[in-house]
Design a protein around this ligand. Structure first.
Ligand code: ARG
Ligand code: ASP
Length: 729
């Protein structure tokens, strides 16, 4: 009797709690958000500590003393974390993928076999790859706004922002080796200055074979349960003063003032987790119009276009190992967004996102009507967005087809880059030394052809143009479409045969000849103009760049001030609530807890996976689940060293942190500030989190550090790497 009364009491109390919460806080979900490290003290630290964080905001971000932020880096488009005193950086395998590919050949296939430098001498340099530390950040809103006034139109405003930003940036780095950037937040309501330290000599230290680092391939991408060992090691090199320097044999490992200790204790349900990294872009404040356009039009069309591109690449990749290596990275990146859009659409539909956005807009409209001041400031916002979006629809589809069809043709992008260089480098062309231009061009062309297989592109060419013609209004058709109709029976296949046999731009030989002539006669551009691909790109630019992009940009520029007011109004409407700014590649903190979830009715997904799951998937026979023999041997022998937790070899885990693209490679940190995993993905049911976060379904996926340590030490025999690290139990 007593027990059941107590139970009832608890139920009622919980219900009251729930009601209280739903009444005050509408769309902000607990756990949602990507927060600025310098503002944690103000907005988040108490909630973080309630969830199990045992350190202070100063421990995360400080400019007075070393703090956690000094171990978090931007590396390429990803994030990484410094894990030793010798500049060792841990990130994802998929973030290192291009680097690994660039060192690979059919004979030396590091994608397939993995790569491990057994000494520092063997570490491989990577041209163009940099590592960036945040030195400090500062709110410069007042100084930026002080040069703006309400009379400015958006272009004038932007010009003024650029000027003052330049001044602030110069001021901030004067007399230092650093560089700086001022970024806009909340669509230009606030501005922050970021000072960065960039290292240019970054070397590949170790990466598992793809059968570990990309286990599950595109089948498992964006999915849980996941068994991918998605990690790789790089090292930062510096000059003998420990300062950044271009690659040189004289450089030495960077002496890192801060590195993150690793905790191999394993995660438990509800453990505090925090993800510290550089999320790329989110669109949390999109209105119902934009979400509607995304679900109904943009995502479905973009998905269909990529279906065809993937099929074209996949077919040739299956036929030859050379093509497989050349296209591995391109395929993975085309496939990645293609799959995310599918999950995003489902998630938004399931959440009834359009209706939820409309509800917010109705509340906003009511609130605006509540006072004359608000009326005068905000009454134009929603109607303005409404009418802009109806104008935008037409251009948006054409814009997307430009990106996803016209410029999906590799040769179109190449010729476009080539022409741009000859155009912007007229100084070089007309100058005394035409060889300088041709040497730049031959580098660009070398890069292009290294990973080019003409039959793939020819197929993409005819498919993309066919689909463009079918779906896009005639007013946006490039001029050469007419020639295809009259001269080639409207058949883009036949047109492709013609183009690919005529143009100099689709073979290395053709381009080399062209460059030779160009160098002899630097002022002779006619040669270029006669090439059929140059004409095609000219036609594309004439209609797409000039009619579509310019209109699309100008409509989007008009959206910005309306969104600025919209978000300003929302914040005023709910003064108690902290609104996090959209991701913009600046350093952020997300925090949450280790937690399983229900992907659908009656199905529960556990919070972590184990090596047994790798073996289970392997049994299905799907080649995405191939595993290296050595892994099977270690598993069969039960030889997992110190890295098991309760007798299990943990592989991945999920938690409720709000993350996005760019967060890959981010350290996942426990309540004591120790590294417990490396973030690399999100679950399928939660891929709509860039637009709308659902605490019940949104989970970030991480590799467990135990798996990283096990693979590095026991599988790869690279235990010397572990010796550099600080490993706690
Ligand atoms: N979905 C993850 C992210 O957005 C991982 C992508 C790499 N893996 C792949 N199979 N394509 O980057
Ligand atoms: N996989 C993503 C990345 O590369 C992370 C994500 O979108 O969740 O940054």
């Amino acid at each position: 009797m007593r027990a059941s009364l107590k139970f009832k009491f608890i139920m009622i109390r919980n219900l009251l709690f729930l009601l209280a919460f739903t009444a005050v806080s509408f769309p902000v979900f607990p756990g949602e958000g990507m927060w600025l490290p310098s503002l944690l003290e103000k907005y988040n630290i108490e909630e973080m500590q309630r969830k199990g964080f045992r350190l202070s905001a100063e421990d995360i971000y400080s400019t007075d003393r070393p703090s956690m932020k000094d171990a978090v880096v931007r590396i390429g488009g990803c994030t990484g974390v410094v894990v030793s005193e010798r500049g060792l950086v841990l990130t994802n395998h998929h973030c290192a993928y291009r680097a690994i590919q660039s060192h690979s050949s059919v004979d030396n296939d590091y994608l397939t076999d993995g790569f491990w430098a057994m000494t520092e001498d063997e570490e491989l340099p990577n041209r163009g790859l940099t590592v960036t530390f945040l030195v400090r950040m500062e709110d410069v809103t007042e100084r930026v706004l002080s040069v703006l006034d309400d009379g400015m139109d958006e272009n004038q405003r932007q010009a003024a922002v650029n000027i003052i930003s330049g001044i602030l940036e110069d001021e901030a780095v004067e007399g230092t080796r650093y560089n700086a950037a001022v970024n806009s937040f909340y669509f230009g309501s606030e501005y922050y200055l970021f000072v960065y330290d960039v290292f240019e000599d970054v070397r590949l230290v170790g990466a598992p074979p793809s059968s570990v680092g990309k286990f599950g391939g595109d089948t498992d991408n964006w999915m849980w349960p996941r068994h991918t060992g998605d990690f790789a090691f790089f090292r930062i090199y510096a000059d003998d003063e420990n300062e950044p320097a271009p690659f040189s044999g004289e450089n030495v490992p960077y002496r890192s003032p801060v590195h993150m200790p690793v905790s191999a204790g394993g995660v438990r349900e509800n453990d505090f987790t925090m993800v510290f990294g550089f999320p790329g872009s989110t669109r949390q404040y999109l209105t119902s119009h934009a979400v509607d356009m995304l679900i109904r039009m943009r995502n479905p069309h973009s998905i269909r276009l990529r279906d065809e591109r993937l099929a074209a690449m996949g077919r040739e990749m299956e036929r030859s190992d050379t093509v497989r290596i050349k296209y591995a990275s391109k395929f993975a990146s085309v496939s990645n967004a293609w799959k995310r859009w599918q999950g995003e659409n489902r998630g938004l539909e399931r959440l009834d996102a359009i209706e939820r956005k409309r509800a917010i807009e109705r509340r906003f409209a009511e609130w605006v009507e509540g006072s004359p001041e608000r009326m005068s400031r905000y009454s134009g916002v929603l109607p303005g967005l409404d009418s802009l979006y109806s104008l935008l629809e037409h251009f948006t589809l054409a814009f997307d087809y430009g990106q996803e069809a016209l410029y999906a043709i590799e040769a179109v992008r190449f010729v476009n880059d080539f022409l741009r260089l000859t155009e912007t480098r007229t100084d070089l062309r007309q100058g005394t030394d035409p060889a300088r231009l041709t040497s730049v061009l031959s580098q660009v062309s070398g890069n292009f052809f290294r990973d080019y297989h003409q039959p793939v592109d020819r197929r993409i060419f005819s498919m993309m143009l066919t689909m463009y013609r079918e779906n896009i209004d005639e007013e946006f058709h490039p001029a050469f479409f007419g020639e295809v109709t009259t001269g080639f029976d409207s058949d883009f296949d036949r047109f492709a045969d013609h183009v690919f046999s005529e143009s100099a731009f689709v073979t290395p030989r053709g381009v080399a000849d062209l460059l030779y002539v160009l160098e002899q006669d630097a002022a002779g551009p006619d040669l270029l103009e006669d090439d059929i691909f140059v004409r095609i790109v000219g036609d594309i630019r004439a209609v797409y760049n000039e009619n579509v992009i310019s209109e699309w940009n100008s409509l989007n520029d008009q959206l910005t001030p309306l969104y600025r007011l919209f978000v300003e109004g929302l914040r005023e409407m709910e003064p108690e609530r902290a609104f996090y700014p959209d991701a913009n590649r600046t350093l952020r903190v997300a925090y949450g807890q280790v937690r399983g979830y229900y992907p659908r009715d009656a199905v529960y997904y556990n919070k972590y996976t184990t090596l047994s799951g790798v073996m289970e998937k392997n049994l299905t026979g799907d080649p995405d689940y191939n595993i290296p023999d050595r892994l099977r041997e270690l598993y069969d022998a039960g030889d997992m060293g110190r890295w098991t937790v309760n007798g299990e070899m943990r592989v991945g885990f999920i938690a409720s942190n709000h993350t996005t693209g760019g967060n890959s490679g981010s350290p996942v940190i426990n309540g004591d500030g120790h590294l417990i995993g490396v973030n690399f993905d999100r679950v399928w049911e939660g891929t709509m989190s860039d637009i709308m976060f659902d605490p019940a379904k949104c989970r970030n996926i991480s590799v467990d550090v135990n798996y990283i340590l096990f693979i590095t030490e026991m599988f790869a025999g690279a235990g010397h790497i572990l010796e550099e690290m600080t490993i706690l139990r």
